[in-house]
Every structure is written in structure tokens, then in C-alpha cells.
Design a protein around this ligand. Structure first.
Ligand SMILES: C[S@@+](CC[C@H](N)C(=O)[O-])C[C@H]1O[C@@H](n2cnc3c(N)ncnc32)[C@H](O)[C@@H]1O
Length: 295
């Protein structure tokens, strides 16, 4: 099982092995400009398919947590353990205390604890820029021994070979070179906008398409997770045909929403493969759960 130290809504952890099938066998540097919990970088590092990594996310508190995971895993594990034990018997009050403290100081261990305990592991801020998600009272957060194992393993995977930045993705793309491979999983089209603008730079579909066209011009290989569908319902705008991308549909399993409503519908996510990656050749035949759609 791949280690996932940061609980994160929208993590690609479950479908990472399928996405990996579409990436080059060996990469010089694997770049994730929208890293989040960096499920793809973890999968690539775990399979030893890249020599170096660049994890970037515009959310500064998240990248500070990443730095702590990689550079100070024992200290972070100890801090998490102390908080996990201290919460027992007064979980709700303790969560509120840590949330207040995080809103004042942005300490990485506090952020890790909040993500481990909050509803759907979702990062939410109010208009004043304060983290305001509430605890999931059924979850105490991963047990300390398990969390320490995940942190230690992840630190080993990236130690001495990962660059960490908290930039807008465009700045990362500008610095990339032909030897790089870029995997992008931008904010979901349904949730981006007003809410995120308070702590993240704006993300614009048209501008993103211009950025991808520039990567094509510079012959830099990339793959993008973007739109998708549940049953017949499509979400998100597809990427335009002029970018010459091949779209692969990946089955991401049953939709929990549809299951709740008594329907059994599968969710599919699009993975777009750039011309430079197509030229490198697919590493494997697509698995049974994927469909190739050429546009
Ligand atoms: C869908 S999530 C990525 C999830 C990730 N693939 C994983 O496995 O956890 C998108 C991420 O993009 C970041 N983000 C949003 N706008 C950004 C921007 N303009 N530049 C860089 N990162 C941005 C968000 O903070 C968020 O973590």
C-alpha cells in the first residue's frame, strides 16, 4: 500500500496505479505543479520511476507541511502522537483548540492533525482566511503508529531529491525543461472560484489552455487530470482539440452520491496525454478500466 501522510479530499491515491500505466517508464524529474497530497509523486517514487521530484502547491501551509514531512519526520510524528493522545476523551474541544492555534500560527503539525480529523479531509477557509472545517466525530484521525509509519516512509522516498515550492503553477511551468515530466491535477472546475481565491491564486481555464499550448511548443511531455463524468452527467469543461491531446477515461469507481440515491453509476475521470508524451509511447496497453478516446 502506498503511504499517504496527508489526508486530502480529491487525492489521486486510488487511481494512481492506473495513471502510472500512461506515464514514461523512467523520468529524469517528475514535476507536480498542483501537488496537494502528491499521490502521483508518491506512486512514482515508490516504483522508483524518477530520479528527482518537484512538488509545488500554491497553498503555503500545505507546502510547509510537506517540508516538515520530508526534512523532520520524527519531530512531526512525535508532535502528531502527542496531539492524538491529548485529544482522547475531549475530541471536539481539542479540535477547536488546535484549529484556533493553527489560524494564529500555521504550524504544520497542527495542520496535519486538522486534516486527519476534519470532515472529508477537506481544506476550507472562511472569508477571513481562517480554516473553518469541522471535525468528523466518527474519526479520531490515523493512529499515531500508522501516521508515523506513513511519514517516515514518505520522507525516505523524497529525502535529498525533492524540490518544494509554494508558487502559482505558471511560474513552475516556466522553469520546466524538456527533460522534465509534468503531471497536473488542477482544482476541480466545480469548486474553484470565489471560495479558493482567499488563499489561492485564481485558476482560469482559458489561461491554463494557453499554458499547455506553450508546453507543447517547448516539447515538454505532460499529462493532465481534468474533467470527468458520473454515468451520463459530465462535469468540467474538456480541454480543446487544438492542443492535440489524447484523452483517456479512467474508471474512478462508484459514485458515493449515486449509490446513496440507489443508483449504481461509475465515475470516470479524464486523463489527457500530451503530444510529447504520445511520442515517447505508452508504457503499457491500457488496462480494462480505461477507454481511449481520440479527439
Ligand atoms: C485537485 S488538488 C490536487 C490533488 C492531488 N493530485 C492529490 O493527489 O492530492 C489541486 C491543488 O491545486 C492547488 N492549487 C490551486 N490553484 C493553484 C495555482 N494557481 N497554482 C498552484 N497550485 C494551485 C490547490 O491548493 C490544490 O491542492
Amino acid at each position: 500500500m502506498l503511504p499517504q501522510p496527508i489526508p486530502y479530499q480529491g487525492s489521486k491515491r486510488r487511481i494512481a496505479p492506473i495513471i502510472l500505466d500512461h506515464l514514461p517508464k523512467r523520468m529524469s524529474r517528475f514535476v507536480e505543479p498542483f501537488a496537494g497530497s502528491a499521490a502521483m509523486s508518491i506512486a512514482v517514487a515508490d516504483r522508483n520511476r524518477a530520479g528527482e521530484f518537484w512538488l509545488n502547491d500554491a497553498h503555503l501551509a500545505l507546502m510547509t507541511l510537506w517540508q516538515q514531512i520530508i526534512d523532520h519526520p520524527r519531530e512531526l510524528g512525535d508532535q502528531y502522537t502527542a496531539m492524538w493522545v491529548e485529544q482522547l476523551g475531549r475530541e471536539r474541544a481539542f479540535f477547536d483548540k488546535v484549529r484556533d492555534r493553527f489560524n494564529q500560527r500555521q504550524e504544520p503539525a497542527d495542520f496535519l492533525y486538522l486534516l486527519a480529523r476534519c470532515v472529508k479531509a477537506a481544506i476550507r477557509y472562511n472569508a477571513g482566511g481562517e480554516f473553518n472545517n469541522t471535525p468528523d466525530n466518527r474519526r479520531k484521525g490515523a493512529r499515531p503508529a500508522e501516521m508515523c509509519r506513513r511519514i517516515t516512509r514518505t520522507s525516505q522516498l523524497f529525502h535529498d531529491r525533492a524540490r518544494l515550492t509554494a508558487w502559482d503553477y505558471k511560474k513552475v511551468l516556466r522553469e520546466c525543461e524538456e527533460r522534465d515530466f509534468i503531471y497536473m491535477d488542477p482544482p476541480y472546475q466545480g469548486v474553484r472560484g470565489q471560495r479558493d481565491r482567499r488563499y489561492l491564486p485564481e485558476f482560469d481555464h482559458e489561461e491554463f489552455c494557453v499554458q499547455l499550448a506553450e508546453l507543447n511548443d517547448r516539447n515538454i511531455p505532460f499529462a493532465v487530470s481534468y474533467d470527468g463524468r458520473t454515468g451520463d452527467r459530465v462535469y468540467g469543461e474538456p480541454l480543446p482539440a487544438h492542443l492535440d491531446l489524447v484523452r483517456v477515461e479512467i474508471s474512478a469507481g462508484r459514485s458515493t452520491q449515486a449509490t446513496l440515491l440507489g443508483r449504481s453509476e461509475l465515475t470516470y475521470e479524464s486523463l489527457y496525454i500530451s503530444p510529447a508524451l504520445q511520442a515517447l509511447g505508452a508504457t503499457r496497453k491500457p488496462a480494462a478500466t480505461t477507454q481511449l478516446i481520440f479527439q
